[in-house]
Design a protein around this ligand. Structure first.
Ligand SMILES: NC(=O)c1ccc[n+]([C@@H]2O[C@H](COP(=O)([O-])OP(=O)(O)OC[C@H]3O[C@@H](n4cnc5c(N)ncnc54)[C@H](O)[C@@H]3O)[C@@H](O)[C@H]2O)c1
Length: 343
């Protein structure tokens, strides 16, 4: 998937930790680092929502280490950070509904686990931490496009946990003189995103339904809009933010998106066109805690570290669909995937 590098330095002398590296976005970052011959890539993941299968091709590589551990455990975090130059922090419990159902679990992993990781990174003298924040921090702000310094009130425990990351990120950067950068992802999609379970994201759910000849189910009228972003753009942002030399690293946050928005109804129309089906969608009630519209202003990331989203939505959906079809085959996604969503 990565035909030309997003970095210009030689990374063969650098060691990296990717927390949540067995998950969707994390495993795509791992794949990139290994493709470009990183000296060492360590993954810390407890496989709660990630899959060992996502890192299976890397397990036999001598420069890859998998630690089956928990960011809620300070010892695991210290062990994972030992000898590491750079940390990509992706481990978290995603999903707004999950956080509404179990706010303590979300807080423990996303807030306390994040704090554990910052302390471990500080103690290991890591050079830079780039972590995953979320567009959910914009909350009830109606302003479009979303600009980094203009946020509203958060609408869910998940959003609060990500806001907490940003507050701690800035405080740690300033108090302990660390380099910390937050990336506010806007609806990332692509290969290895889990299509299963109560808390699955919209695009893999829709793809799974359509490939299985079932009606995709939309929460609400489908006119809500999102700035859907293909995962290679998120990988690009992580790599460029990690190596940018002129960037403000004192807890700055950056929108990571495409800068275009589509409604869920439009999204399904595109998917149906690519698949060649005319199955109609059905609608459920709107979900509590969801924002109505989302669109990012990405100019801050473009200016700071030359972030330029290369893959737009239609191409990204095509790549995602071929990955899902190739991996699971039509009509078999549901049967072959183990539902990891136990809570
Ligand atoms: N996918 C999106 O659209 C999106 C949008 C905004 C923010 N984010 C953030 O990006 C990051 C990656 O999300 P993703 O979509 O790849 O989700 P994911 O669930 O696929 O990946 C998260 C990974 O973290 C691991 N993990 C969870 N709890 C852990 C713990 N206590 N200790 C160690 N590992 C743990 C999981 O097993 C999983 O592999 C998360 O921080 C998420 O909140 C994602």
């Amino acid at each position: 998937m990565y035909n030309s590098p997003f970095h210009s330095i030689d990374i063969s002398s650098n060691s990296f930790l990717v927390t949540g590296g067995a998950g969707f976005i994390g495993s795509n970052i791992v794949e990139y680092l290994l493709k470009y011959n990183a000296k060492k890539v360590v993954v810390l993941d407890n496989l709660s929502t990630g899959f060992e299968e996502n890192i299976k091709p890397f397990l036999s590589l001598s420069n890859f280490t998998f630690i089956n551990g928990d960011i809620c455990n300070s010892d695991d975090c210290h062990k994972a950070c030992a000898g590491v130059d750079f940390v990509f922090h992706e481990a978290a419990l995603g999903s707004v509904p999950r956080s509404i159902k179990n706010p303590i679990a979300t807080h423990n992993v996303n807030a306390t686990g994040f704090l554990n990781m910052l302390i471990a990174a500080r103690d290991a003298n890591v050079k830079r931490v780039v972590y995953a924040s979320s567009s959910s921090v914009y909350g009830d702000s109606k302003t479009l496009p979303k600009v980094e310094n203009n946020i509203g009130k958060q609408l869910s425990p998940y959003a609060v946990s990500k806001m907490t990351n940003e507050l701690y990120g800035e405080i740690f950067a300033k108090t302990y003189n660390m380099e910390i950068i937050g990336l506010r992802y806007f609806n990332i999609f692509g290969p290895r995103q889990n299509p299963q379970g109560e808390y699955a994201a919209a695009i893999p759910l829709f793809i799974n339904a359509l490939l299985n000849n079932q009606s995709p189910v939309i929460n609400g009228d489908g006119e809500q809009t999102r700035d859907f972003t293909f995962v290679s753009n998120a990988v690009q942002a992580n790599i460029k933010a990690m190596f940018a030399s002129t960037i403000n690293t004192k807890g700055e946050v950056f929108n990571i998106a495409v800068g275009e928005r589509v409604s869920l109804n439009q999204l399904i129309t595109v998917l149906k066109k690519i698949i060649g089906t005319d199955i109609q969608q059905t609608h459920n009630a709107e979900r509590t805690g969801d924002v109505r519209d989302s669109l990012a202003d990405i100019s801050k990331a473009t200016t700071a570290f030359n972030y330029i989203p290369e893959v737009k939505i239609e191409e990204g959906l095509g790549l995602t669909l071929s990955w899902f079809s190739e991996k699971y085959g039509a009509r078999t996604v549901e049967k072959e995937l183990i539902n990891k969503e136990k809570k």
